[in-house]
Write a protein that binds this ligand. Structure first.
Ligand code: ARG
Length: 472
């Protein structure tokens, strides 16, 4: 029997019942629903709206239901539209009239809003913690391969030699920004809608500050209409997930390229590769590809909610029921992809010799040769032209810059001394980039120290959220 059976002479058909339900996805929020209800009941009792005995029955009954659900023993009724009705129905079956008093001064509209916010907070902290682990793995790899030189690219063409650690750390900072986006989404979600009731507040003297405290929210939402209809924090969550998936996807693309026969920079471990059913020699980077592919799905989740929210009039509309699935999917997808990335990085084999070999190819020393002339008085534009001609000369004669004799250099410009040859070593070229944030050994060492400090402070952010009981 529906909760609104008083007003209705007919019930919905089997199909529409199923079509209108959100129970399947709601099952993931059972903990939040139950603890939201306990807090509401506790507040009702403190305000004298229900009796203390009723509250005690409600609390014991709800905790028992939580236990049953956790152990997989709870029997969901297919006629329940959502988790709110499933739990309240079971509670009333168990404890009778006290169960029927639970919903005093509350609507499913503020109830679902509180559940989703708490669940979003839970997901966001999990993501922040995983993001932290991923960055720790990246920093560890940057330390482990410190000194390995590779070609840096622009347009996927050899540009200048860089440290492999520097390349990895670029991702460290991308994921650091993702952490901030996740933390911001957490902060947005961290406001209590409970007490807004259906849309306008209630005539009962609810203490919203008290439920805010009990549920670990940092504040109560000041407008009841906004409280029941706002899903901005899910858009923030989805955007944070999307950007982080883009970052993972970029790294996956590089991992896929690096592990080709042509590049041979890394070999993924067998545990992060798959074979072919027909070609016995194959070892494919399936998990990197899958992460790249799943990025599309998360972008889709974001787009889906953006479009759902467009033009929704205030306050609650059933369209809002659609906000849960994509958000939870995006969070789970990002979490799994981060775990996978950690594993790939932790177990790959890096071929430093191949990277170094390629770092010297493709005239990657050209900028430094031009700088050599400029530092000896030639205007940089002129030096650029002289070295451009040298590169052309090399190409015509099938040589690299490092193969040129001192005489050949001198023919291009008398400013070239004997020491030019030593300038062409890719390691020395990388080392010379001493600017803050550059690829030089000292600069990268400094960068790793900064990364380590950032990691520590972000760990404290996660720890503080958990310690202040902000997540249920
Ligand atoms: N199942 C609904 C949801 O997930 C709960 C709120 C329903 N409220 C309503 N007025 N129909 O959004």
């Amino acid at each position: 029997m529906a909760l609104w059976s008083g007003r209705f002479e007919q019930s919905v058909g089997e199909f529409t019942q199923r079509f209108g339900a959100s129970l399947e996805i709601d099952k993931k929020m059972y903990r939040q629903d139950i603890h939201g209800s306990i807090a509401h009941a506790k507040m009702l009792a403190r305000q004298g709206i229900i009796s203390q005995t009723d509250f005690e029955h409600i609390e014991v009954g709800l905790l028992e239901i939580e236990n049953q659900i956790r152990q997989g023993k709870f029997k969901y009724d297919v006629n329940d539209e959502d988790i709110h009705m499933a739990v309240e129905g079971a509670l009333t079956d168990d404890i009778g009239a006290a169960g029927q008093r639970l919903h005093t001064g509350r609507s499913r509209n503020d109830q679902v809003a509180v559940d989703i916010r708490m669940h979003a907070k839970y997901l966001l902290v999990e993501l922040m913690a995983e993001n932290y682990s991923l960055r720790r793995v990246i920093l560890r790899a940057a330390r482990k391969y410190f000194g390995v030189v590779m070609p840096g690219y622009t347009h996927l063409q050899h540009a200048q030699p860089i440290l492999f650690s520097h390349h990895l750390l670029a991702y460290f900072w991308m994921f650091t920004r993702d952490f901030k986006r996740l933390a911001d989404a957490f902060d947005d979600a961290d406001a209590n809608p409970l007490g807004a009731a259906a849309l306008a507040g209630t005539t009962y003297p609810l203490d919203r500050a008290y439920t805010t405290e009990l549920l670990g929210f940092s504040r109560a939402i000041p407008n009841s209409l906004d409280a029941v209809s706002d899903r901005d924090y899910l858009l923030d969550l989805l955007y944070a997930c999307t950007v982080s998936m883009l970052h993972l996807s970029r790294l996956c693309e590089e991992i896929i390229i690096w592990s080709t026969t042509e590049f041979g920079f890394i070999t993924l471990s067998d545990s992060y590769s798959t074979g072919s059913s027909i070609m016995p020699q194959k070892k494919n980077p399936d998990f990197a590809e899958l992460t790249r592919g799943k990025t599309g799905r998360v972008v889709g989740d974001l787009m889906s909610l953006v479009v759902t929210m467009k033009s929704l009039p205030l306050a609650y509309n059933k369209d809002l029921q659609e906000c849960k699935e994509g958000s939870i999917d995006a969070a789970h997808t990002l979490r799994d992809c981060m775990i996978c990335m950690e594993g790939m990085i932790d177990t790959w084999t890096v071929h430093a010799d191949r990277m170094r070999e390629e770092a010297a190819q493709g005239f990657t020393a050209a900028t430094d040769v031009a700088d050599y002339l400029a530092k000896r008085g030639m205007p940089f534009r002129k030096a650029h032209e002289v070295v451009g001609e040298l590169v052309l000369y090399c190409e015509k004669h099938g040589k690299g810059l490092e193969d040129l004799t001192h005489e050949e250099f001198q023919k291009a410009s008398p400013l070239f001394g004997e020491d030019i040859v030593g300038e062409l070593d890719p390691e020395a070229i990388a080392r010379a980039r001493t600017t803050y944030g550059g690829t030089g050994h000292d600069a990268v060492r400094e960068q790793m120290r900064e990364a380590s400090r950032k990691l520590k402070s972000d760990r404290r952010v996660v720890k503080n959220i958990r310690e202040r009981g902000a997540v249920i």
